[in-house]
Design a binder for this molecule. Structure first.
Ligand code: AMP
Length: 215
């Protein structure tokens, strides 16, 4: 089963994708993670995209489609979770094409709806374990006092993303509304769209997603 988690920055796509990987043998394909990896490893492409990402703008379709093409191994695992991809209509068309070349289909597109106020609050309070990527929130899930990550059990640094500041977030939201939100209509017209309330607890949202995958 191949699905897209669609939603603005801070909607909880990554958190939900991690849960699906752990419980359903699915494979998460996050273009944001791939781009951050390229940036941290200092590749030419990483250097080129670093400033674009820090400003909160979208990287070119050509680059992200290339990344997905590289990582998409046909017929693997319990299916793919596309997290943060596609973000534009050309990316959505390219994904359809890549999946059909694999003999695969897209089975569900889950739009996680969260209001803008909540997004700003979530993102400016967010930090991540640099070892395993577990996400913490200053208000709802603070970093443990002993500095040991509850997921990987290791004491590593907890970092804030360079683009998790208010200015970059405003740009990321604008990019979402201008370029990504048309995908809601695109997948609705293809009869693939399911909408869920992304504002509930992590468990509630897990339940809403499971109800869609198991129906
Ligand atoms: P994310 O981790 O999904 O929030 O992505 C972080 C940043 O990476 C975004 O703000 C963009 O600059 C870039 N990015 C990630 N995925 C894409 C994509 N599908 N298309 C264009 N840019 C992307």
């Amino acid at each position: 089963m191949n699905i897209i988690l669609l939603g603005p920055p801070g909607a909880g796509k990554g958190t939900q994708a991690h849960h699906l990987v752990a419980t359903r043998d699915m494979i998460q394909l996050s273009t944001g993670d791939m781009l951050r990896e390229a940036k941290d490893s200092g590749t030419e492409m990483g250097k080129r995209v670093a400033e674009v990402m820090a400003r909160g703008e979208l990287v070119t379709d050509e680059i992200v489609i290339g990344l997905i093409r590289e990582k998409l191994e046909c017929g693997k695992g319990g299916g793919f979770i596309f997290d943060g991809f596609p973000r534009t209509l050309p990316q959505a068309d390219a994904l359809g094409q890549l999946l059909s070349e694999c003999g695969e289909t897209l089975d569900a597109v889950i739009e996680m709806q969260v209001d803008d106020e909540a997004l700003v609050d979530r993102i400016t309070a967010r930090s991540t374990c640099s070892n395993c990527g577990e996400v913490y929130n200053d208000n709802t899930k603070p970093i443990p006092a002993d500095g040991v990550c509850t997921k990987c059990g290791e004491a590593h640094e907890f970092t804030r993303r360079a683009d998790d500041n208010e200015e970059a977030l405003r740009n990321r939201l604008m990019e979402y509304y201008k370029k990504t939100s048309p995908l809601v209509g695109y997948y609705y017209a293809k009869d693939m769209l399911s909408r869920i309330n992304g504002l509930g607890s992590v468990k509630d949202v897990q339940g809403s997603i499971a109800a869609i995958l198991d129906r």
